[in-house]
Design a protein around this ligand. Sequence first.
Ligand code: SPD
Length: 271
Amino acid sequence: MWPGISLSLEIKDVLYSKKSKFQQIDLFQTTNHGKMLVLDGIIQLTESDEFAYQEMLTHVPLFAHPNPENILVIGGGDGGVLREAGRHDCIQTIDFCEIDEEVIQVSKQFLPDLSCGFDDPRVKVHIADGNSYLKEHKNEYDVIIVDSSDPIGPGEALFERPFYKALKAALRKNGIIATQGESFFLHKECVINLVKITKELFPVQAYSYFLVPTYPGGNIGICMGSLGPELKKPFRAIPENIQNQLKYYSPKIHEASFVLPYFAQKMFETI
Ligand code: SPD
């Protein structure tokens, strides 16, 4: 995924290492960044900076929506996105679709600060692949968040047009999707492809990016599509009790995350 670049974190202990039906799952104790979840050799999160990723992927689409009641989260078996979504009182149901049950189990065993997301009674877990799940769910969700791994292995199909068409079909009026959008520094082709697909399918499209120091390149993006609401500004004010629990997301960073470096802005304008 990253020709010519590698990222090293110092490991103190291997806490778990096993191949599931879908992928190699490793859980390490690092020396300086807390525990780290790695799937097929790719860092999914470290305890030191996971908040940046989970908060932005969750709160940017949720605060852009006027009243998210039914939401779907695809991927992210660690539970971090569920933890963040659970902060929104307006949400009534949170369907959660994950292909690999073993990632959920490992997270429940080793990552309690993330897997606490599963304790929310609004969360209903479905063990299935995203595409098959969406075939059975049309016109149901206000917001869909896709916390995928990278476009190799089980995550590959989640970066393709048929999946985005299915996401759109699963949305209700004014629905919003937000998908893990890789990095425009390191995965130009992949990002261009995602932006192209979402621009073609959705009347409103935008790309947000932010910092996650332990992801390659130190940044990652969210590719978003909306059937109505503007994405670049929060529609709803953030309640003080939620803001006080967060470390990265704020209304200002919501807006700022859509201001792209000039090369990326130009790259997207020509798509
Ligand atoms: N390149 C790594 C992208 C990882 C995205 N998923 C992380 C899961 C955290 N909930």
